[in-house]
Every structure is written in C-alpha cells, then in structure tokens.
Write a protein of this length. Structure first.
Length: 352
C-alpha cells in the first residue's frame, strides 16, 4: 500500500471515524476542526489519536490535530471534506489560497458541494489544476461515543463517485482505492452523484412527521419507530419526484430502498420493510436532539432545495419536495427556499 498524506477537514463523527481508520492503515493524517466547532479536537490532541469501536477496532495515531487550516492542508495529497454541507463552501474558499496543483478534493457526501467549489475555483484561481470530486454518500454509519471515541456501526458495500471533470473519475478511483473504506463506482457526473443522495428523503420526512416527539425529547428509534406505513408512503412519493428529475436528465436512479439494500447487502422489499429491519439503521437510536438538526438544516437546504430548483428548470413537478421545504420553513420560522442551495439552468447544463 502506498502511504498518503491526507487532510481530513471536519472533526465530527465521520471525520473522526475516517481519521482513526486511515491512521490505522498507516497513512499520515492531519485532522482539522473549526475553532467555533472544535468537537473533540483537544482530547484528540491530548491522546494523540482516536479510539475506534464497532466493526473497526483499534487506536489510530493522528499525525496532526489542529484548528489551523493552512497547516492541515499544506502538504496533503488528498483532502477529505467531512464537513456539513453548509460549511463546505466557506471552508473551500478559505483553503483555496493554500491549494497546490495535483491535490485531490473529496466531498464525502453528495450535496452538490463539488459543483459549488468548482465555481469558486473558476472565479478565483482558474489556473489551479486540482481534482474536485464527490461521493454519493458517506461510506460509514457511525456515532461518536466520546471526544476521541467513535463507534463505526456499519460499512457500505460501495459508494458512487464522480470528478467534476468526468474523464478524471477512473484515475481518481485508482488514487483513492486504499483511502475510501469501500469500493468506488464511477458515476457519469457530479450532478448525478448528488441526485443519488437520498438522505433528504428519509431524514427530512422522519423529522417533520416526528417533530413533537423530538421536541419533547421522547426517546425513540428514529427509523424503526419513527417511520410508519404512512410516513413510508410519503417517502415513496418524494423519492419518485427525485427519480423523475434524474430520468429527465438521463440518469436511471434506483428507488431509495433498493439503493440502500445495495449499499448494505440487504434484501428488503420496500422502504417500510427496510427501515423497520435494517441493522445499520437500528443498532442505535439515531434520534436527533432537536428538529434543528442536520437532517433539516443540511438535507432540506442542500438536497431538497437544489432538487426543487433543478426540477423547476427542466420542467419536472416537485410538489412533494416543495411541500417538505415549506413545512420545514414554517416549523423553524425561516425561508429555506431562499437560504438553500440552487442550481441554475447554465450550471445544470455544464455539470450534467
């Protein structure tokens, strides 16, 4: 295995899980935490690493744990963005002056972040020769169990990937083969990648339909107890709108539960059956602490809003998607349609 210098930007569940795993493999890992959201960075600095449990066990010794962006990315060959989607644009803008030709940027879940980052690069450093990529979803299901302890609950069988320039995707897969902890499958474009990320369906619907339970802190299993047959039926209709958008653009997107079956190696027969029985989703409760969770702040603004904007641009009805955006906006007394990420017709055509 070729040892790589890797920067992981984001010190949440996913960032810590990857940092620990890649350190265990022998890679040189720098882990960045935002000063305003340091997470467990001080504990990681004190212990010089991260303790992993679950399906991966061991202590990963971190090369550098820091709140200094420049220090973390300066010599990195690969930069993994494990940040919430709402932070990716800000952090990419901040690291852009420090980036060097040949570096690979990997956005770890499909929220159209690679498209926005490429637009920032074109505007500010068009001569910079880096490869910006995005995955369809994060490869792990995981949860922090302490400031430097992460439980990796499940590992996906594969995830999809595309480089912003699709002709570079196969080369990127070769570069990442010993970094991303599951096989990578090439997708046709960055646009397709983010239409594959169906978390906007099952996260947002389940939070909205369980707002009272979450608000009252009535502990429950978010998936098997939070999803009824009626909730699942709403997800099916929402999922069909996502797939209709994909079909109009030439993508054959699988149904949400079929996609999840493939990710985890299951064989459930419906969305309802999947979420009632999936071990990956029901080993721990996964209940958010409030409705102001990334399941809304991220999945509504950075998945449902761009899906709605794409549907509007290409003439696909997105009544259900818009309803979820409107209800979440009403619930939180805000306007997620305005604050969310939108893609115009020119961007859709360019990145298709």
């Amino acid at each position: 295995m070729v040892v790589k210098k890797i920067a992981i930007l984001g010190c949440g569940n996913g960032g810590q899980a990857l940092a620990g795993y890649l350190s265990l493999l022998g890679h040189q890992v720098n882990l960045y935490a935002h000063p305003d959201h340091p997470g467990g960075i001080k504990t990681i600095q004190q212990h010089q690493g991260i303790e992993l449990g679950g399906i991966v066990n061991g202590f990963g010794k971190i090369n550098l744990a820091s709140t200094d962006l420049q220090e973390c990315v300066a010599d990195a060959e690969v930069i993994l963005m494990t940040l919430p989607a709402l932070a990716c644009e800000e952090i990419f803008t901040k690291i852009l002056p420090y980036l060097k030709n040949g570096q690979i940027i990997v956005n770890m879940a499909g929220y159209f972040s690679s498209i926005i980052e490429d637009q920032i690069r074109i505007k500010n450093r068009p001569e910079l020769d880096i490869t910006i990529t995005e995955l369809t979803t994060f490869p792990y299901a995981c949860r922090a169990e302490g400031n430097n302890k992460v439980n990796i609950v499940a590992n996906k069988k594969f995830v999809g990937i595309s480089a912003i320039t699709p002709s570079q995707t196969d080369n990127v897969i070769r570069e990442l083969v010993n970094i991303i902890p599951c096989p990578l499958v090439a997708k046709s474009s960055a646009l397709e990648v983010s239409l594959y990320n169906a978390s906007g369906i099952y996260h947002s619907v389940t939070v909205i339909f369980n707002a009272a339970r979450i608000g009252n802190q009535d502990e429950f299993y978010f998936y098997k107890e939070g999803i009824s047959e009626e909730t699942a039926n709403a997800m099916i209709r929402l999922d069909q709108e996502r797939r209709n958008i994909g079909q109009k653009l030439g993508y054959n997107l699988p149904e949400n539960y079929q996609q999840l079956n493939a990710y985890y190696g299951y064989n459930y027969s419906s969305i309802y059956d999947y979420y009632k029985n999936s071990q990956a989703h029901n080993t721990i409760k996964f209940m958010p602490p409030s409705t102001r969770t990334r399941y809304i702040l991220e999945d509504i603004q950075y998945l449902l809003v761009p899906w709605q904007s794409i549907g509007q641009s290409i003439g696909i009805e997105t009544k259900g998607i818009k309803a979820m955006i409107d209800i979440a906006s009403f619930l939180h007394d805000t306007d997620y349609m305005t604050s969310g990420r939108k893609l115009d017709t020119e961007m859709i055509s360019y990145y298709k």
